[in-house]
Design a protein around this ligand. Sequence first.
Ligand SMILES: CC(C)(COP(=O)(O)OP(=O)(O)OC[C@H]1O[C@@H](n2cnc3c(N)ncnc32)[C@H](O)[C@@H]1OP(=O)(O)O)[C@@H](O)C(=O)NCCC(=O)NCCS
Length: 189
Amino acid sequence: MPETTAPLHLRPAEAEDMPEIVRIYAHYVATSVYTFEEVAPDATEMTRRWRQIREPGLPWRVAERRAGGIVGYAYAGRFRARSAYRYTVENSVYIAPDQVHRGIGLALMRDLIRDCSDLGYRQMIAVIGDSANEASIRLHTRLGFRTIGHEVAVGLKFGRWVDVVQMQLALGEGGRSIPAAQPTGYARA
Ligand SMILES: CC(C)(COP(=O)(O)OP(=O)(O)OC[C@H]1O[C@@H](n2cnc3c(N)ncnc32)[C@H](O)[C@@H]1OP(=O)(O)O)[C@@H](O)C(=O)NCCC(=O)NCCS
């Protein structure tokens, strides 16, 4: 396990990081309702997802301890495929279970928000599995997200119904102006 006091380094994710990312994500797939996936993807599938994010130029970042080891990651993908949604992204953030509550999620998300604003996106949506996910709701609140929706009993995992909380953050000018340009990478997607 990475040394917890080593300096934290944030950088774009590379294909070689996928096995470590899968290890973090698989823990939450197997033990929590924070994700609605029930079977963890393998590194090949995670690499496919990473390419789908990176090809249009969207950000996928990892946090790494210099002593070695990825301790968390965050990425932003298209919120929905239909073209009018093109200025809106959905974020995901996962921190290694032995590294939570140390500011890593906050650091990754700040970078992700800056990246998406710089790329011309206008809204970011967090789709949070389980209304009892206090850490995630608190993290997003700290970043300025507001709760915009609460879907009741839309997931069934581990034999219980699970809610979803949606939170939203305006990026840049948000809905206050009409962008002059497409968001970066849109034409290529
Ligand atoms: C949610 C998650 C990404 C937060 O990242 P983190 O690195 O643990 O959070 P940070 O240390 O940056 O803290 C951010 C805020 O959340 C709060 N927080 C973190 N863990 C918490 C916990 N277990 N309970 C209550 N609040 C918590 C922090 O106190 C801080 O708020 P504050 O400054 O107002 O006190 C991380 O806990 C995680 O990976 N959880 C499991 C997966 C998940 O739910 N991902 C989100 C999917 S949308």
